[in-house]
Design a protein around this ligand. Structure first.
Ligand code: SAM
Length: 271
């Protein structure tokens, strides 16, 4: 049967499951692994890139909880549970930290619910970033997130899955607008580095075709396009940079494959 009763379609590849495979996870099917193999052919360092994204996420959450005092997170496009989930990093600093995970892929809800069955301060909801009100007005969001206080809005590797005609800039703005002063917004995103790195730019163009043919999404945007998602928030040091360069730990493993300049991240603060 193609579609299981829980809405999980095993005949079509899904972004969250391909990504899960690249991270060494087990929540993926043959069709996802086929797409992942195509990705690996043009980007053998794709797993390094995925891990660099998770490392960026971990450093951002640790900074926000341990140093900036943020205690509530809205993580949109959260993906399948893996090692170092947002609630684990945040709750290691403060067990009361609250996390709302959001994803439109039903498999995320299925696995997230199992993981979070006994965690009162963390939940996962099935919703689509293209419908911001369905996220902001969701009863679980209202229960766990107090928008009159600082929030960590997490958009890790989701906006590049929003096509240009779906207005990613407008969507980012709608979420920014509800944040209280002192809130933060973190973004990781595929980048086309242009003339600064021609080989990486050519790879980005190829990867964009491969993703769109197989997954229906995937945009490698320019640095300026990605920075626009932060609006007038202050982008903190070191700016929007390759993931491994964002406040790297001294002994961190730094990979240097073709994806290095095609995957960037940044953190901004609302004044
Ligand atoms: C590459 S994964 C990133 C997972 C995690 N945020 C990370 O950075 O490690 C992208 C996730 O975004 C989700 N996603 C894609 N489009 C979405 C949409 N329109 N609304 C909600 N989630 C979406 C996918 O299902 C997938 O789980």
């Amino acid at each position: 049967m193609a579609e299981e009763s829980n809405g999980i379609d095993t005949t079509r590849p899904s972004v969250s499951r391909v990504y899960d495979f690249l991270l060494g996870g087990k929540d993926n099917f043959a069709i996802d692994r086929q797409v992942a193999q195509m990705v690996l052919k043009i980007a053998p360092d794709a797993p390094d890139a995925a891990f660099a994204n998770r490392g960026f996420l971990r450093r951002v959450i640790h900074h926000l909880t341990a140093e900036a005092g943020v205690r509530q997170f809205l993580d949109i496009g959260s993906g399948l549970p893996t090692q170092g989930n947002v609630h684990e990093v945040a709750q290691a600093v403060d067990p009361e930290a609250r996390v709302v995970y959001v994803d439109h892929d039903p498999i995320v809800l299925a696995h997230g619910r199992a993981l979070l069955a006994t965690n009162d301060t963390t939940t996962v909801i099935e919703a689509d970033i293209r419908d911001p009100r369905s996220i902001l007005d969701h009863p679980d969001t209202k229960r766990l997130i107090d928008f009159s206080r600082p929030v960590g809005l997490l958009l890790f590797s989701i906006l590049h899955h929003i096509n240009d005609d779906e207005d990613p800039e407008g969507l980012a703005a709608q979420f920014r607008d509800v944040l209280a002063p002192g809130s933060f917004m973190a973004i990781s995103h595929f980048q086309n580095p242009g003339d600064a790195h021609p080989e990486a730019a050519a790879h980005a163009a190829n990867a964009e075709i491969l993703f769109n043919e197989n997954l229906g999404t995937g945009r490698w945007r320019t640095k300026e396009e990605i920075l626009a998602y932060f609006g007038d928030m202050e982008v903190l040091e070191p700016g929007l940079v390759p993931l491994a360069e964002w406040r790297a730990e001294p002994d961190a493993y730094i990979f240097s494959g073709i994806t290095y300049h095609t995957y960037v991240g940044g953190l901004a603060r609302k004044a």
